[in-house]
Design a protein around this ligand. Structure first.
Ligand code: ARG
Length: 278
């Protein structure tokens, strides 16, 4: 129990950093004025929108000096893309369900957030080639209740959480008959709801569900399986007005070819485990 509480506290700390103060955006570099102009291809900065509540894809950890750092597979990819473009990367962290609007308004140049291309999103943005295909989505439940769930139907009448605006929320409404969707904007809040029995289960992308299950002895992955995962892609503004996609796809191709992505996965897993145990 003590270990669990410590884990819970550190997870809360880790993610509350991402969501603190109600101000959903913060930047990694300070030299850029808050009121940045609409990015164009001539700017020396690449503005990267993400939702850093999603280890191992994007999360915040405290480095040795106690400074907040962004890390994760998507963050490493963004850093590589910026380096390949010869630009400085600026991270803008926000709730997942604000990312598409921020991209449409030109507040960010790219979005990388374990994001799948859906029909609806494809009307609002353009997507790169795939850079990663996760395990299928998984259902996280309290360890003590895991035997109760044997099929998708066994979630009927239960409160099932998912992050607002994600494909996981669509799974709850479309594939889990009779389940009541609890949609919250941050994954850390969802995990709290589950830990404190305010909901019965949560649906997350596979690797993310595994992170939380491994970090928390009270939580377990349900054996009930969900369908295939769609690959994650980088989103840019519709029509790619700044002409970024070609370079992004080239960076992805190289990272896939030279095994760089696998190294990022390893690095992200090590760091997120460390961040959770701090
Ligand atoms: N893969 C899911 C989607 O595309 C969820 C992504 C959530 N990402 C995040 N950084 N919280 O809808």
């Amino acid at each position: 129990m003590k270990k669990f509480l410590t884990l819970c506290l550190s997870i809360c700390l880790m993610f509350s950093l991402a969501a603190c103060g109600g101000n959903s955006s913060e930047s990694e570099t300070s030299e850029t004025p808050e009121t940045s102009e609409t990015p164009t291809e001539t700017t020396s900065e690449l503005v990267f929108g993400t939702s850093a509540d999603y280890p191992p894809f994007e999360f915040i950890y405290l480095d040795e000096e106690g400074n907040q750092q962004y890390a994760g597979i998507d963050v490493f990819l963004a850093e590589q893309i910026a380096a390949d473009m010869g630009k400085e990367l600026r991270v803008v962290n926000m709730n997942f369900d604000s990312l598409m609007a921020a991209l449409q308004k030109g507040e960010v140049d790219i979005v990388i957030a374990a994001m799948e291309e859906t029909e609806e999103r494809a009307t609002a943005a353009d997507f790169s080639d795939p850079y990663y295909t996760d395990l299928p989505a998984m259902i996280l439940v309290k360890a003590e209740n895991v035997d109760q769930y044997t099929s998708l139907e066994s979630f009927s009448g239960k409160s099932v959480g998912a992050q607002t605006g994600t494909t996981k929320a669509a799974i709850v409404t479309d594939e889990m008959p009779g389940a009541n969707l609890v949609a919250l904007t941050t994954v850390s809040d969802l995990v709290n709801e589950l830990v404190y029995d305010k909901c019965d289960a949560i649906v997350l992308d596979g690797a993310v569900a595994m992170e939380y299950a491994n970090a928390n002895a009270d939580l377990e992955l349900s054996t009930v399986e969900l369908g295939e995962a769609l690959p994650f892609r980088v989103a840019v503004q519709k029509g790619d007005p700044s002409g970024l996609l070609e370079q992004i796809n080239a960076s992805i191709a190289t990272a896939l070819e030279n095994g760089q992505i696998d190294e990022w996965v390893q690095q992200a897993n090590d760091l997120s485990a460390q961040a959770i145990e701090e």
